[in-house]
Design a binder for this molecule. Structure first.
Ligand SMILES: *[C@@H]1O[C@H](CO)[C@@H](O)[C@H](O)[C@H]1NC(C)=O
Ligand SMILES: *[C@@H]1O[C@H](CO)[C@@H](O)[C@H](O)[C@H]1NC(C)=O
Ligand SMILES: [Cu+2]
Length: 383
């Protein structure tokens, strides 16, 4: 037997032999991410364990992944969202004519500040505190007894429709959108990005079903970020169904455990901020989370109109706190960036004294007060 045919005969076995001992890179990334999370968690628990005032182990809000909630807890969260959508808001209709509810107050804050709080020195602090205000409103105004859940999209990076948050059951946040065939690409305008971004149609595109179907829940504002805009440049009253278009393509390219490891291993705040939006290989996990859900989530301005927004941003904030938790002293005192999205138009750098704006939700809060998850107004931990 010739040597070459001998080797060729072994090839099928070689692939078997190789497959066995080689670790799946995503499994290795999962292990690393868990180790980073463990270190963060330990730091927070150690810091608060002997405290009697401020943020203590008695009053800390323990935020969990959606899958870890009981069915009853998921329903409570869903119902608290619907409750805020049924309460009158405080945003003046002279400013945002389409705003109708307490739920819409949060959308309106985000609309008004879209040009300031993305790809800027405000991004992490604004979204962190917006979540705190949202969770507090659910608790204080709607009697919610739980905490803000998060959506760890690395759990189902191959196909987000498998995540229980999208099961469509009465303990979920609804389904993917109904499949609409023959759709064109959507051109979306991202604040701070000159060129429109082209989004190909994915697996849905229509109305969601389940507990957030049109009979139970409506999106009132927008579209603003893509054509055709709603009335009054998208600020008018435009009640319609919640739409989604889950994209396994985006998810598989950008929401893997290894993409999270890459972010957590950035060494300074500048790199952390830059890479959460855009990596050397494509989209960062922040826009990818939105774009993988699609439709309403493609419209940055009104993206809090889909309750999944808060679960995605809780996960973003979780990654930020885990990143901070690797070097708590060094990573809670820093600032980065200016006061406008993508620094368009050019604006001053933020400092620790710069007030982070919240629109009609509340007066601006100095950035230094929003740097930590267990100091100032905040008191929460990600389990
Ligand atoms: C996400 O991770 C995969 C696998 O590690 C990598 O190939 C891909 O380039 C990453 N995506 C981005 C946008 O960085
Ligand atoms: C803003 O920060 C950047 C980066 O740290 C720095 O290069 C620049 O000089 C700062 N601008 C002002 C006006 O201080
Ligand atoms: Cu935002």
């Amino acid at each position: 037997m010739k040597l070459s045919s001998f080797i060729a005969g072994l090839l099928p076995f070689a692939s078997l032999i190789l497959a066995a001992p080689v670790t799946d890179p995503e499994q290795a990334a999962i292990d690393k991410n868990k180790e980073y999370a463990r270190k963060y968690h330990q730091y927070i628990e150690d810091t608060i364990k002997d405290r009697n005032t401020g943020c203590t182990k008695e009053n800390i809000r323990r935020r969990k992944e959606w899958s870890k909630l009981t069915s009853a807890e998921r329903k409570d969260y869903l119902n608290a969202n619907l409750c805020l959508a049924s309460k009158p808001g405080i945003t003046p209709q002279s400013v945002i004519p389409g705003t109708r509810s307490r739920f819409d107050d949060f959308v309106s804050s985000h609309i008004q500040l879209t040009g300031n709080v993305h790809a800027s020195g405000f991004f992490l602090a604004y979204h962190r505190h917006l979540l705190w205000l949202w969770e507090t409103a659910l608790i204080e105004e709607c009697g919610y007894q739980g905490t803000q859940p998060y959506w760890d999209w690395t759990l189902h990076w191959q196909d987000q429709s498998q995540h229980p948050v999208f099961s469509g059951g009465d303990d979920s946040l609804g389904t993917n959108g109904a499949y609409l065939p023959d759709r064109d690409n959507l051109q979306i305008n991202l604040p701070g990005v000159d060129e429109p971004v082209i989004i190909p149609p994915a697996t849905g595109g229509g109305c969601v079903s389940g507990p957030l179907s049109e009979e139970n829940f409506k999106v009132n504002l927008g579209p603003i970020g893509y054509a055709p805009q709603g009335p009054d440049n998208g600020l008018g009253f435009n009640p319609r169904c919640l739409t989604r278009d889950l994209s396994p393509t985006i998810s598989q390219q950008t929401l893997r455990p290894s993409n999270v490891t890459f972010l957590l291993e950035q060494s300074c705040l500048t790199e952390f901020n830059e890479n959460l939006d855009k990596t050397p290989n494509g989209l960062g996990v922040h826009p990818a989370g939105h774009l993988s859900v699609g439709m309403v989530e493609l419209d940055v301005f009104i993206s809090p109109s889909d309750p999944i927004f808060y679960l995605h941003h809780a996960n973003m904030d979780r990654l930020f706190t885990i990143w901070q938790g690797q070097d708590q002293e060094g990573r809670t005192g820093g600032v980065w960036g200016t006061q406008t999205t993508g620094n368009v138009p050019p604006s001053a750098n933020v400092t620790l004294d710069t007030p982070v704006p919240f629109g009609y939700l509340k007066p601006g809060v100095p950035l230094r007060e929003l740097q930590s998850s267990i100091e100032g107004p905040h008191c929460y931990i990600y389990e």
